[in-house]
Ligand binder design. Structure first.
Ligand SMILES: [Zn+2]
Length: 146
């Protein structure tokens, strides 16, 4: 089971929800652009975060002479490195998603082909499964213990 910090990281909340126009088709050009903009903004924020972490680590690196301080610092660093690793993976996932938008292959469930839905995609723009398939996948994951 993913931890909560990771789950929160996979959410992006800083956006204006998309309002469908009357008679507008699901995943119209406007809608695709909306999600692309959202993903680009999210990626930007993540990259700034990675930058901040790196600077923070460089600044701190020289500041401790005491061995016990250094041990604590190493722990902190390894935690930050893990966070950065997660952020990098997420950025990769965002890039892949943007690529799918460009190929007009976005917003439908990879498993069953139904519309994933704008609200779900806004909560999780990198989602590739509809909520039903996702729930099923999670149940299977738990049963097989992977
Ligand atoms: Zn599905």
């Amino acid at each position: 089971m993913a931890n909560t910090a990771e789950q929160q990281r996979e959410r992006f909340t800083n956006f204006t929800p998309y309002e469908m126009k009357k008679g507008e088709e699901y995943m119209s050009d406007d809608m695709l652009q909306h999600f692309k903009g959202l993903l680009l903004q999210w990626k930007q924020e993540l990259m700034e975060e990675v930058d901040r972490t790196m600077h923070h680590m460089q600044e701190d690196a020289a500041n401790y002479a005491d061995p016990s301080d250094r041990a604590t610092q190493e722990e902190e660093f390894s935690l930050e490195l893990r966070t950065r690793d997660r952020e990098r993976k997420l950025i990769k996932k965002i890039d892949k998603t943007i690529d799918r938008i460009d190929k007009d292959d976005y917003g439908f469930c990879d498993q069953c082909g139904v519309e994933i839905g704008t609200r779900r995609l806004e909560a999780r723009p990198t989602a590739t499964l509809c909520i039903d398939c996702k729930t099923l996948a999670e149940i299977r994951e738990k049963q097989t213990g992977i």
